[in-house]
Ligand binder design. Sequence first.
Ligand SMILES: [Zn+2]
Length: 376
Amino acid sequence: MMTLVLAVWGAALAQAGPGTAPDAAALYAGDRFALTSVEEIAPGIHVMRRDPSWRLPVLANTTLIVNEHDAVLIDGGFPSHAENIVAEVRRITDKPVSAIVTTHWHGDHNMGHFVFRDAWPDAQIIAHEATRHEMVSGRMDYVPRTAGTPVDELAAPALRTLEELEASGGAPELIAYFRDAAAGMEAVRADYARWQFVPADETFAERLVLHRGERRIEILFSGPANTEGDAYVWLPQERIVITGDIVVRPTPYGFGSFTASWAGVLREINALDYAILVPGHGDIQYDESYADRLARTLDHVFEQACAAIAAGAADGPAVEAAIDWEAVESGFTGDDPVLARLFEVWFKRPISVSAFNEIEAGAPCEVRESEAGPLQ
Ligand SMILES: [Zn+2]
């Protein structure tokens, strides 16, 4: 069992008075592809994580399900990350991995396919049919494109932000975040350069059930959410749901997402009455409150985007400017300046563009479900 290190960050923040830097060196030290925690959340079910979840590059949570004769793996991304996952799987079990479930097409969940294929040549790689379609029709081109971009160019935006923050006396936590992001750019680029393309070789449309001895593993699709083809995994006996990036903590992602249907997918997941939810990134959840907050936030964004467009908003930034973010933001960010920045860049900005594009393309602006009450 590896040690949990995220507590260091919380403690450092709690102790840091105004104007004092938290121990960012401890937070961002070491190999950025290393696993920082491995937890057995139920007999034979292990979740491997890298904290802090927002450190760049973001790495997906990986779940290993060890069965009677084999094991099943859910998600695992960058090549170096995947190598660490393989080593950890081998520490946990000598049973072969027979299936790898990839929840969606984003590289942080599937760039390790070739590593897993080397480790377990007979394993089937399973994804929703829309995910495979995205992967084989050019969406992964960003990987070689990034690998071929000079590192100075890749690091330039982070360095510019860093300069601005230093000049304006920005929050030390934010400065530490961007310093680490810029410093890590070459490691990220080099890992992209190692990637070999291996798409899923088995797809499903609505449901695929793996029967493994006593274990039942349901791979489900309830509609577009964070991406076109978000698969999630339900273990009915253990009451564990593994959501991929349909649920991401502490701040969600909204790039090219499906605001009109995402909240409905979350409600279907919450209707499973799970005991444990493993998100695509971030802390494991033991109740429905975070997924519910996310669903109500997405309803709020979609309703307000409809109103903004009806009032004349002509693009994503105009929608973003019109939405009342105060009603939702503190539930995700608290007082943390890093999370506030990430909520803006990873959610507010892209989800506004996503909502604008969907509504322009004809997504109906009916009143959303709000039976859960107002947002806090
Ligand atoms: Zn992800």
